[in-house]
Ligand binder design. Sequence first.
Ligand code: SF4
Ligand SMILES: [Zn+2]
Length: 279
Amino acid sequence: MNAAAEAVERAARHLSDCHLCPHHCGGRRAEERNGVAQGVCRVGQQSYIASEMLHCGEEMLLQPAHAIFFSGCTARCTFCVAARFAFHPGYGVPVTAAQLAQRILQRQAEGARSVCFIGGDPAPHIPLIVATLAELGGRRQIPAVFNSNFYLTSAALDLLEGSIDLYLPDLKFGPAVGPASCGERLGGMPGYWEVVTQAIDCGLAQGKRVIVRHLLMPGHFECCTLPVLTWLASRPTVEVSLLTQYLAPARPRSAPTGALHIEELEAARQLAKHLRLVQ
Ligand code: SF4
Ligand SMILES: [Zn+2]
């Protein structure tokens, strides 16, 4: 068996015993109640796509990207703007690897400069992604991009190593731990900092290009932006994108309220410049 076929087989095991993210749902992924899988992300054995399109919202070098938005997510961000499909893993249309491969070839012929796997989060869909890229083989001429919250296990990163060309991780929350930490309270991801920074380091160690995105959130300069940018500055090969489009939800619950203040934006930009993260 060649390496790609072996990876497809290894990835498929997570459909019934899932350890792709630190929720480690194991066999619950294959358990269904009222047609809904019982893992934390509730993605079952069938992947659904909320939409796919030629998209110009990504970093310049990737545009236009063939953006593939999977339904379902391993996080539970209280301010999610994609909740319609991120929290509804059966939203959209079911796809197979053969169907997705055909659509990628079509978008490539239409001028896509990258194929970008997004969500929700693409982590639960790694079995489909690995199978799709294996199906495409040498017919794919554009880089494959994994755009994720990067709340990943080493098993997931091992599977991605042979398939993905470029990582686009989010590093949203700071290093505090415990139920009151931003990563756990706002993102629903226990152990957030340790897991995500280790995953980014692993991506760098794989020799991949890594462009980290940090979303500026109102009131989160000290707890999130400052430690995130400081940590990123200690990784000289990492590239950084600051995202400024935070949108407070209509019913904020524990989410940051209001809009980003101009002073917060300026402080983040100054810090990024001081740390030589951006020009
Ligand atoms: S990807 Fe989903 S099913 Fe798998 S471990 Fe994470 S939350 Fe559980
Ligand atoms: Zn914070």
